[in-house]
Design a protein around this ligand. Structure first.
Ligand SMILES: CC(C)(COP(=O)(O)OP(=O)(O)OC[C@H]1O[C@@H](n2cnc3c(N)ncnc32)[C@H](O)[C@@H]1OP(=O)(O)O)[C@@H](O)C(=O)NCCC(=O)NCCS
Length: 187
């Protein structure tokens, strides 16, 4: 595996469009089967733009968004992670989104982003735990989380994107992946 040359920085309000585009591309590639094709082939960028404009536009009291940008001249966005600190009384801080650009998967960037998110949670959250939800059909991401020391503890129904039941494909499920202590992530 060739490690990627990236640098990390906190997201700013004017990053919303770029993050939304990477997020939409990743959903289209990896959430098919759980989300309806009609949703994924529609204006997913607009859906994600609304979310990221809201998230990055306000002072983030409980949210941390870390961007990875390519080193060298390009400086392009190549991945991001968002954490909601102290989201759950039992399971701790929530990794709400983690996506690496398609071309750079499998080169260590997911590990860099997840451990950075875990470090932010360990430093700023009051609870020790870290958790996330992964779609049941996304077995590649589950392999990654297991390699990072996470364990799945339960399954639950996936909520429809944008709250629209017709944009779900059947009744897909998600798995809760947990680390009792954020400091154990990737150890
Ligand atoms: C899931 C994702 C974030 C992982 O990032 P990545 O950069 O591809 O993963 P890395 O190269 O950092 O891999 C880290 C470790 O996980 C392991 N791993 C990665 N993918 C794996 C897989 N499919 N099965 C088993 N192990 C895997 C690697 O072997 C590596 O182990 P090591 O560090 O002990 O050698 C990335 O592939 C991605 O963005 N996927 C599409 C979007 C997505 O599904 N996001 C998660 C939504 S919940």
């Amino acid at each position: 595996m060739t490690l990627v040359d990236v640098h990390l920085r906190p997201a700013r309000p004017d990053d919303a469009e770029t993050v939304a585009r990477l997020h939409a591309d990743s959903w289209r590639r990896h959430y098919r089967g759980a989300y309806a094709d009609a949703f994924l082939d529609g204006d997913v960028v607009a859906d994600r733009r609304d979310v990221w404009t809201g998230r990055l536009g306000s002072v983030p009291a409980h949210g941390v968004t870390i961007l990875a940008e390519a080193g060298g001249e390009s400086g392009a966005l190549v991945g991001f992670v968002h954490v909601v600190l102290d989201d759950d009384a039992r399971w701790g801080s929530l990794v709400d989104n983690l996506h690496v650009t398609h071309e750079l998967r499998g080169r260590g960037l997911g590990r860099i982003l997840l451990t950075s998110a875990a470090a932010a949670a360990a430093e700023r959250a009051s609870g020790a735990g870290l958790y996330l939800w992964v779609q049941e059909q996304n077995t590649a991401a589950q392999g990654f989380y297991r390699a990072m020391g996470g364990r799945d503890v339960e399954a639950a129904p996936i909520a429809p994107p944008a709250g629209e039941p017709r944009w779900l494909n059947g009744a897909p499920r998600k798995l809760r992946i947990v680390w009792e202590d954020a400091k154990e992530v990737g150890a």
